[in-house]
Design a protein around this ligand. Structure first.
Ligand code: G4P
Length: 527
C-alpha cells in the first residue's frame, strides 16, 4: 500500500483549454483509452462500431438528468493517478469553465493546427494567468493539411505570451503524415493509421539518421526534416522544467487526436513534468497538500436537471488530508460542523461511492442549499481558501416578471442562483432593474428554467445596454463617494452586495478608468 504522501505526490490534476472544435472531446477520449478507463473509443460522431462511447454515456446521463459523471475523470497511468476535470466548452461554456481552472494544478491547451490561436483559448489563457498555471500544448489535426507549424508556434508566443518548447515535431502532414520526431531523445515515433479507437502500437526508431528511419522515411524527407528542425531549434526555446512550472514556457507536442497519435507521447511527459498537487492560499496561511489534516473548497455547483431529484452536487477540490466516508467537517462560512456520509468520488468515468479521496482529488457533495461556490471545509481549523473568484460576465439581460406580484420569489431565486454560480445578479443604484450577467449564453436558459421549476416564477429577458462589468474598489472613501455620485448611472450592487461598474461600452469603461486613475476596476471578485 502506498503511503499518503506517495499517493499525493503521484496525483496529477488538470483541465483542458481549447476553442470549440479544436479536439478537446476527442483527445479526452484518447487519454481515457490510454489510461484504460474505457476499452474502445467510438468516433465522436457517426459511430460505426456499435459499441458505447463516452459521448453516448454523456448523452444518456443527461437524458436521465445526471450529467456529473464526465465532470471529473480519474484514471491511473504509469505510476501516476490522473484527475481530468471537464471544462465545458460549446454552448455550455460558462463561469464554471473559468472556475474549474482555479481547481486544477496544470492545464493542457489543445490547438487546431489549421487554425492556430483562437478567441476562446485567449480568454481561458487569461484565467490561467491569474495563477501562472503550468501549461502543456498539443497541436492537433496533423492528419490534415494544416498551417506552417513554426508560424503557429510564433502565434502562440506572441498572442498568448508564453514561450514554446517543442518536444515532438511532426513528420509530414495530411496524407503524408508519418509520425513525430522527439527532439529531446532523437527518436522517431511511427504513425500507424487505423488505430483511432484502440490503444495504438508504440513503434519507435532510435535516431533520425538510423538505417531504419532512412528506410521508412527516405533520404529526401529526412533532409527536409533536418532543415526544418534546425530552423525550429533556432526559433524556439529549450524545455526548462522550472520555467514550465512558473507558467512561462510550454512544452509543445504535435499529433492527431482523431487518429490517436502523438497523444501517448504527450501523456508520458505530462505525468512526469506536470506538478503534483500544489499548495493553496487561505486568508490565514498557505495549506500544503502534504498536510494530513483534511481541507477543501467548492469550485462548482451543478444542478440536477431532473426535477424529481432536486439535489445539487457541489464539487470540492481536496486541498490537504484525506476525505473518508462519514467524516465530520467544519463548514467554515456557516461555522458549523457537518457530517458527510455520501460524497461522490470519480473513478474512471464511473459515478461511484469511493471511501477515500486525498489532496488533488475531487469529490461531489450532495447540496441541499447550504453550500455556495467558494465555500471552505476543513477538519476544524478556521480559514477560507482564496483564489476562487467570480469572473466579470460578458453577456447581460434585464429580467422582467410575467406576474409582478412574484417579485419576492424572483429576488430570492436570483439570489440563490447567483450564490450557486449559475448567473450573476446586478441591481443598478438608480433604478429597480434586475440585470443578469453570464459568461455563456446557456446560463440564461438554465436560469429561466430553474426559476420556473424551483421558484415558480415566469420571467422574460429584455436587452440591456451593458457590455461588461468591473468590481469597484477605492481606498480613499471620499473619492469613492465622489465617484459614486458622478458615475451613479452606471453603478450597481451585485448579488453579494459589492459595488460594480456596469459599462455600456468598452470605450466608456476605458474613459472612466482614465478619468478615475485611483479607483480600481477589477475583472474578478473573490467570494
Ligand atoms: P471539441 O471537443 O474541442 O469541440 O472538439 P471535438 O473533439 O468534438 O472535435 C471537433 C471535430 O474535429 C470533430 O469532428 C472531430 O472528429 C474532429 N477532430 C478531432 N481531432 C481531429 C484530428 O486529429 N484530425 C481530424 N481530421 N479531425 C479531428 P466532427 O464533430 O465529427 O465534425 P466533422 O469534422 O466530422 O464535420
Amino acid at each position: 500500500m502506498p503511503s499518503f504522501l506517495e499517493e499525493v505526490r503521484r496525483r496529477r490534476t488538470f483541465g483542458i483549454i481549447s476553442h470549440p472544435d479544436a479536439g478537446k472531446t476527442t483527445i479526452t477520449e484518447k487519454l481515457l483509452l490510454l489510461g484504460n478507463a474505457i476499452q474502445l473509443a467510438g468516433t465522436v460522431k457517426g459511430r460505426k462500431t456499435g459499441r458505447m462511447a463516452t459521448s453516448d454515456w454523456m448523452q444518456m446521463e443527461q437524458e436521465r438528468g445526471i450529467s456529473i459523471t464526465t465532470s471529473v475523470m480519474q484514471f491511473p497511468y504509469k505510476e501516476r493517478m490522473v484527475n481530468l476535470l471537464d471544462t465545458p466548452g460549446h454552448e455550455d461554456f460558462s463561469e464554471d469553465t473559468y472556475r474549474t481552472l482555479t481547481a486544477v494544478d496544470s492545464v493542457l491547451m489543445v490547438i487546431d493546427g489549421a487554425k492556430g490561436v483562437e478567441d476562446r483559448t485567449i480568454k481561458l489563457m487569461e484565467v490561467c494567468r491569474l495563477r501562472d498555471t503550468p501549461i502543456f500544448t498539443f497541436i492537433n489535426k496533423m492528419d490534415r493539411e494544416v498551417r506552417d507549424h513554426i508560424e503557429v508556434l510564433d502565434e502562440i508566443e506572441t498572442v498568448l505570451k508564453i514561450k514554446c518548447a517543442p518536444v515532438t515535431w511532426p513528420i509530414g502532414m495530411g496524407k503524408a503524415f508519418k509520425g513525430v520526431y522527439n527532439l529531446l531523445t532523437d527518436t522517431v515515433h511511427v504513425f500507424t493509421p487505423g488505430q483511432g479507437s484502440v490503444v495504438p502500437d508504440d513503434i519507435r526508431i532510435e535516431g533520425l539518421h538510423s538505417d531504419e528511419a532512412i528506410a521508412l522515411l527516405g533520404e529526401d524527407m529526412i533532409a527536409e526534416l533536418d532543415d526544418e528542425i534546425e530552423l525550429v531549434r533556432g526559433a524556439s526555446h529549450e524545455f526548462d522544467l522550472d520555467e514550465y512550472l512558473r507558467g512561462e514556457l510550454t512544452p509543445v507536442f504535435f499529433g492527431t487526436a482523431l487518429a490517436n497519435f502523438g497523444v501517448r507521447e504527450l501523456l508520458d511527459y505530462f505525468v512526469e513534468w506536470a506538478p503534483a498537487p500544489l499548495a493553496r492560499e487561505t486568508d490565514a496561511r498557505a495549506v500544503d497538500p502534504e498536510e494530513d489534516v483534511f481541507s477543501g473548497f467548492v469550485f462548482k455547483i451543478q444542478a440536477n436537471m431532473d426535477p424529481k431529484h432536486r439535489d445539487r452536487i457541489a464539487f470540492m477540490r481536496v486541498c490537504s488530508g484525506t476525505y473518508t466516508k462519514g467524516m465530520k467537517m467544519l463548514h467554515s462560512r456557516l461555522g458549523k460542523e457537518v457530517k458527510i456520509a455520501d460524497a461522490v468520488t470519480f473513478m474512471a468515468g464511473d459515478r461511484s461511492q469511493v471511501e477515500e479521496a486525498i489532496s488533488g482529488d475531487i469529490i461531489g457533495l450532495h447540496n441541499h442549499g447550504t453550500i455556495q461556490i467558494g465555500d471552505t471545509f476543513s477538519a476544524g481549523e478556521n480559514f477560507r481558501f482564496t483564489g476562487i473568484p467570480h469572473f466579470a460576465p460578458e453577456l447581460f439581460k434585464r429580467v422582467r416578471l410575467k406576474d409582478p406580484l412574484k417579485m419576492k420569489a424572483l429576488q430570492k431565486g436570483l439570489q440563490q442562483l447567483s450564490e450557486e454560480g449559475a448567473t450573476q445578479l446586478f441591481m443598478p443604484l438608480n433604478n429597480n432593474d434586475l440585470i443578469l450577467g453570464a459568461v455563456g449564453v446557456l446560463q440564461f436558459d438554465v436560469v429561466q428554467q430553474r426559476l420556473r421549476d424551483e421558484y415558480k416564477v415566469e420571467c422574460i429577458y429584455e436587452p440591456v445596454s451593458v457590455t461588461t462589468a468591473r468590481w469597484v474598489y477605492c481606498k480613499d472613501s471620499r473619492m469613492l463617494e465622489d465617484f459614486k455620485r458622478k458615475a451613479a448611472e452606471n453603478l450597481a450592487m451585485d448579488g453579494g452586495g459589492y459595488l460594480t461598474y456596469i459599462a455600456p461600452t468598452r470605450v466608456n469603461l476605458s474613459l472612466t478608468q482614465e478619468r478615475w486613475p485611483d479607483v480600481q476596476f477589477r475583472a474578478t471578485r473573490e467570494h
